[in-house]
Design a protein around this ligand. Structure first.
Ligand code: NAD
Ligand code: MG
Length: 384
C-alpha cells in the first residue's frame, strides 16, 4: 500500500480548515494529519485533536497552549507565530495546507516554501503581499504552490489543455457578492447583510471582501503571481451562479473552463490529490437542473475595488501590501461597527494616495510596509 501523505493544516478550525478535514476523512487512508494549527477556538481545536491525533499542534496564545499540554501528553504543543513557523517546516510533513485568514498566513507560507514543501494555499493574502518573493523562492527550493481558491483551481485545471505560451487571457469569474445587482446605499449596509453571501458559506473576512469585490482584486493579484501571467491578460466576468469557476482563453480563441457546484471541498481535494482524481461525495452538477447561466461585465463604478488590482500591480513596490493591510484592518473595523461599509474601499484608496511609495525586495521590506500601512490606518481611525 502506498504510504500516506503527511499533512500540516494551518487554520484548521476555519471554513477552509474544517472542509479540508472533511475531504481527508471522506477520501480515507490517503492522508495523515500530522499537525494542526488554530487561532483562538480552543474547544473546537480540542475536538479536532481527539479525532485526528496530530503529533504537533499550535494555538495562538500561550495560556491555551498550556491547557492543551496538560490534556494531550503525546502531542507536542506550540503557540504563537513561532509555533506556526515550526509547523510549516516539520521534517515529517509532505503537504502544508495554509487555511489561515489574512496577513498572518504570510510567514508560514514563506517557511513552507523555504523548506521545499508542497504548499496548498487558500491564503490569498500571502500571495498578494509577497507573490513575487514566494514564487521566486519556490523556484529555488523546488516547492510547489498549489491553489485552493476555486477560481485559481479552475484556471490551473483549464491550463492543462494548452501550453503556457498559448494562453491569451485568464477570465476570473466572480459571483458579484450580495450587492452586485441590488440598488443599495453602501453607507447603510450593516455586517449581517454584507456577510450573507448568496452562494458560498465562508469566513467573515472573505465574505466582506466578496461584498466589496475586493476579493476579486486580491484574486487578480493571486493569479498574476501563481501563473506568471501579465496583468493585462487577466479579466473579470460576473457570473452570479458560481458554476463556471474561471476560464482560460487560448490564442486560437478556445475558452476552456472548469464547472461544478459551488463547494470548496472540490478544489481542496484536487489540491491535495493532484495529479490524481478521486471520487467525492459532493453533489454532482446537473446543468439541466440549473437551467440558466448568466454572465456580464462588472460595474466598476459601483465596485471600484476591482481596478485597484491593476493599479497596485502597475505601481509595484509597497502598493499591493498597502492594499492588503488597509483592507484587512478596514474590514475588521467595519465588522466592529467602527466604520461604514462604503469606507472600506475608500480607506484603501486614500492609503494608496497618501502613503509614500517604497520599493520592496525582501520579506523584511514587506513586513515593514505592512507596519507602515497599519500605523497609517490606526492614525486615521483614531483621528476621525
Ligand atoms: P476563517 O475565518 O473561517 O478561518 C480562519 C482560520 O485561521 C481559523 O482556523 C483561525 O483560527 C485561523 N487563524 C487566524 N489567526 C490565526 C493565528 N494567528 N494562528 C493560527 N491560526 C489562525 O477563514 P476562511 O474563510 O477559512 O479563509 C481562510 C483563507 O482562505 C482566507 O485567506 C480566504 O480568503 C481563503 N479562501 C476561503 C474560501 C472559503 O470558502 N472560506 C474560499 C477561497 C479562499
Ligand atoms: Mg475565490
Amino acid at each position: 500500500m502506498p504510504s500516506m501523505k503527511k499533512i500540516a493544516l494551518l487554520g484548521s478550525t476555519g471554513s477552509i480548515g474544517t472542509q479540508t478535514l472533511d475531504v481527508i476523512e471522506n477520501i480515507g487512508g490517503k492522508f495523515d494529519v500530522v499537525a494542526l494549527a488554530a487561532g483562538h477556538n480552543l474547544e473546537f481545536l480540542r475536538r479536532q485533536i481527539r479525532k485526528f491525533h496530530p503529533k504537533y499542534v499550535c494555538i495562538s496564545d500561550e495560556h491555551n497552549a498550556n491547557i492543551l499540554r496538560t490534556e494531550f501528553s503525546d502531542t507536542e504543543i506550540f503557540f504563537g507565530d513561532n509555533g506556526l513557523v515550526e509547523l510549516a517546516c516539520l521534517d515529517d510533513v509532505d503537504i502544508v495546507v495554509n487555511a489561515i485568514v489574512g496577513a498572518k498566513g504570510l510567514i508560514p507560507s514563506y517557511r513552507a516554501i523555504d523548506c521545499g514543501k508542497r504548499l496548498c494555499t487558500a491564503n490569498k493574502e500571502s500571495l498578494v503581499m509577497a507573490g513575487e518573493i514566494l514564487t521566486e523562492r519556490a523556484k529555488e527550493t523546488g516547492a510547489v504552490i498549489f491553489p485552493i481558491d476555486s477560481e485559481h483551481s479552475a484556471l490551473f485545471q483549464s491550463m492543462l489543455s494548452g501550453k503556457h505560451s498559448e494562453i491569451k487571457r485568464l477570465i476570473l469569474t466572480a459571483s458579484g457578492g450580495p450587492f452586485w445587482n441590488k440598488d443599495v446605499d453602501f453607507d447603510k449596509i450593516i455586517p449581517v447583510d454584507a456577510l450573507a453571501h448568496p452562494n458560498w458559506s465562508m469566513g467573515q473576512k472573505i465574505s466582506i471582501d466578496s461584498a466589496t469585490m475586493m476579493n476579486k482584486a486580491l484574486e487578480i493579484i493571486e493569479a498574476r503571481w501563481l501563473f506568471d501571467i501579465p496583468l493585462e491578460k487577466i479579466d473579470v466576468l460576473i457570473h452570479p451562479q458560481s458554476i463556471v469557476h474561471s476560464i482560460v482563453e487560448f490564442v486560437d480563441g478556445s475558452q476552456i473552463a472548469q464547472l461544478s457546484l459551488p463547494d470548496m471541498r472540490l478544489p481542496i481535494q484536487y489540491a491535495l490529490t493532484y495529479p490524481e482524481r478521486f471520487e467525492s461525495p459532493m453533489k454532482p452538477l446537473d446543468l439541466a437542473e440549473i437551467g440558466n447561466l448568466e454572465f456580464c461585465t462588472p460595474n466598476k463604478d459601483k465596485f471600484p475595488a476591482i481596478d485597484l488590482a491593476y493599479r497596485v500591480l502597475t505601481d509595484g513596490g509597497n502598493s499591493p501590501i498597502i492594499l492588503n493591510t488597509v483592507n484587512e484592518l478596514a474590514v475588521e473595523s467595519f465588522l466592529m461597527g467602527e466604520i461604514k461599509f462604503s469606507q472600506i474601499v475608500r480607506f484603501v484608496i486614500q492609503a494608496l494616495d497618501e502613503i509614500p511609495k517604497s520599493s520592496v525586495s525582501s520579506l523584511d521590506d514587506i513586513l515593514s510596509a505592512d507596519r507602515v500601512a497599519s500605523e497609517w490606518f490606526e492614525k486615521r481611525i483614531r483621528n476621525r
